[in-house]
Design a protein around this ligand. Structure first.
Ligand code: WQD
Length: 347
């Protein structure tokens, strides 16, 4: 299948591109490189031995020809059967400070993609959604029947929930479209080669890249956000999923699309606390991770864990990699590329 990957140079997009190519699919990457590097695409080409077509375009920009409506001119005449829509802004805290920018970018890009797909006759869309659409957990583990879009605490999360609705409505109006919403839990890890991985700009917001930068000596210590939660050791519990498992989940979803719109959790079903992640990373890297307990981060919940049974049954997919492997692969990436893609490679 020829698959358009919006945001295909990003963290999850680049790993998914690699797995798609390995499974015999053809990949076109569309990215504006605002928070990603063309070097990631180059390394996927190197790992797979396949050249990748890259379209350098901002999917949220209006079409200069029409002012809006049918997506960027960059997609005119580009033929693809399916799109995986990763492109978007993803920093939770920044979304609170810049809500209009987040809504404009994350919603307009989806609208433009859906219009371009209708114009081009593409019939499958897989959307990068997030477990954040579940808001404060009403029950654990969270299955796909958990309420969505209730009491969300930031524009990033709302933009994911709104995009789910936009895709459902677009699918209802165009029955030949098969749509899949993938609700990621906490993606971590890297390709085991250490050649591609997560390359956050500035101070990492997320736990694993922050720990990796402490381990490599870029940051002094980890701040653990609260130890008073009703969890195993008082620190927050999340369902960490290896990015290679996540990438395989996208391929499974793409290959098994069904009529209508279907949502799937992509998670492992197992929760780990912040301190459990710290210990796993220390073991994997052989480095000590200094940390201090600081007050809880506003908007954080105590625990989020996926019920992945629906994806297991309907997609024939399940996670196979452990947190220990995710830490080892993150360490391989971080230690070989201490400056990320821009810093070149120590390999
Ligand atoms: C995990 C745990 C923190 C950093 C967020 C978004 C979600 C998705 C993934 C992304 C929590 C604790 C973290 C640190 C810490 N979006 N922590 N010190 O909050 O579960 O999910 O990222 O693109 O939509 O909400 O992930 O990695 O930030 O935090 O103690 O420096 O680690 O409190 O318990 P989160 P996270």
């Amino acid at each position: 299948m020829r698959v358009l990957l919006t945001g295909g140079a990003g963290y999850i997009g680049s790993h998914t591109a690699l797995v798609l190519i390995e499974r015999g699919h053809e990949v076109i990457v569309l990215d504006d490189f605002s928070n990603s590097s063309v070097e990631a695409v180059r390394r996927v080409e190197e790992l797979t031995g396949s050249p990748i077509r890259v379209i350098d375009a901002d999917l949220s920009a209006p079409d200069p020809a029409t002012g809006s409506g049918v997506g960027p001119a960059a997609l005119a005449g580009v033929e693809f059967e399916a799109a995986i829509h990763f492109a978007g802004l993803k920093a939770v805290g920044e979304s609170v400070r810049q809500p209009t920018r987040y809504y404009r970018t994350n919603l307009v890009s989806t609208l433009n993609l859906l219009d371009a797909m209708r114009e081009n006759g593409a019939t499958k869309i897989v959307f990068s959604s997030s477990a954040t659409v579940y808001g404060d957990p009403q029950h654990l583990p969270q299955d796909e029947l958990h309420p969505v879009g209730v009491g969300l605490t930031n524009p990033y999360g709302w933009s994911k929930a709104m995009n789910e609705q936009i895709i459902r409505d677009a699918q209802a109006a165009r029955p030949e479209l098969e749509a899949v919403l993938l609700r990621y839990f906490n993606p971590v890890g890297a390709h085991p080669s250490g050649r591609i991985g997560e390359d956050p700009s500035g101070i990492p917001n997320n736990l694993m890249p922050f720990i990796a930068q402490v381990a490599v000596g870029k940051r002094e210590r980890l701040s653990v956000f609260g130890d008073g939660y009703p969890t195993v050791d008082g620190t927050g519990v999340r369902d960490y999923i290896h990015v290679m498992d996540l990438a395989e989940g996208h391929v499974a979803a793409l290959e098994r699309t069904m009529p209508g719109t279907t949502a799937y959790n992509l998670g492992s079903g197992t929760g780990s606390s912040v301190l459990e992640v710290v210990r796993a990373f220390e073991t994997a890297s052989g480095r000590e991770i200094p940390y201090e307990i600081v007050p809880a981060r506003p908007g954080d919940v105590a625990e989020m864990v996926a019920d992945p049974a629906k994806a297991n049954a309907e997609l024939g997919w399940r996670t196979t990699r452990t947190l220990a492997e995710a830490c080892a692969d993150t360490w391989a990436w971080q230690s070989a590329n201490p400056g990320g893609y821009a810093g070149g490679s120590a390999a």
